[in-house]
Design a protein around this ligand. Sequence first.
Ligand SMILES: Nc1ncnc2c1ncn2[C@@H]1O[C@H](COP(=O)(O)OP(=O)(O)OP(=O)(O)O)[C@@H](O)[C@H]1O
Ligand SMILES: [Mg+2]
Length: 358
Amino acid sequence: MEKADSYLSVKNLSKLFGKFLALDDVSIDISAGEFVCFLGPSGCGKTTLLRCIAGLEVQSFGTIIQNSEIISGLPTSQRDFGIVFQSYALFPNLSCFQNISYGLENLGWDKKDITKRVEELLLLVGLSDHSAKYPSQLSGGEQQRIALARAIAASPNLLLLDEPLSALDAKVRVHLRQELKSFHRRLGLTTIMVTHDQEEALSIADRIFVMDRGKIMQFGTPEDIYANSSNPFVANFIGMTNFIEGKVLNEKVIKIDDKQIDFIGHGFAKGTKVLVAARPECIQLSKKITKNIFNGKVADVEFLGSFLRIYLETSIMPNQRLIVDKPMVGDFDKSISVGDVVGFKMLPTHLNVYECDE
Ligand SMILES: Nc1ncnc2c1ncn2[C@@H]1O[C@H](COP(=O)(O)OP(=O)(O)OP(=O)(O)O)[C@@H](O)[C@H]1O
Ligand SMILES: [Mg+2]
């Protein structure tokens, strides 16, 4: 059974391209009005999943239900969605007005209604003055706004966005993602956005579905998947993480090197080899080095505006540098420099532990 409040349910969906399994038993539920992101590395199946929902790709197995109706057997033309593709895909030989009105004409709308609706949409995306322009006369960000206006012209109940911002430069991208968010707040349209940019997903989504190799690896609010990543793939893909090998001593203690660190409780049996995942901002540095705390040598310091990123060489991470992020507040932060030997502690409440697969 799908959840009672589910607007869109994907059930056990698989997609084969020949023998290649692009989607592997994917099940998701999305509530009406939610803004969700499909996030994952290139080739993990994000676009394929979106295209199955739109009917642009036919699933090999599984069902899709939208608004209590099974839609997975319906042709694209009978499904209720608007879509924006990664490449702008505006018609180059049509003006902005015509690009937006095109679909409405096909639906047989009355000319007067079309004009009214297009003007309303141009106003909504802030491009009323650009009605007569052609796509080549617009900036990338403006083109994507027109594409967005076109996608919602016929008032669909579901908006599908496939990396709508990826072709834009960093500044425009951040600006437009804030616009998308406020746009969503105003219209309350159920929206699915595909992205491989974790920062984008974290900043915009109500919930994120993290994908890898055709599977959903985890879903949840941005805060939840960042703080409680349920596997090393997610911990590594969302933000930055230091992975440190250890061995379980008991329910609340893990041995790393010749030292012990405390836990809130991790559920692994004594002797289990584990990976301890520590976010860069959850490591505390000190100039004092005692027997009980770890130490490392500063290999590099990067000034990143509001914080310092410090790279440490330490025996507990023999093949990689440990990354520590520190807001620049005290004198200590200003004086830290390459070659210093410093102590560090990991905050027990902020660690995740995973079993090592061998
Ligand atoms: N029509 C097709 N025929 C064969 N293989 C395909 C086809 N479409 C996609 N694939 C394969 O399925 C996998 C998933 O592709 P998909 O386009 O969904 O990835 P994606 O997550 O959107 O990646 P990206 O971030 O690069 O856009 C890829 O390995 C791709 O090569
Ligand atoms: Mg894609």
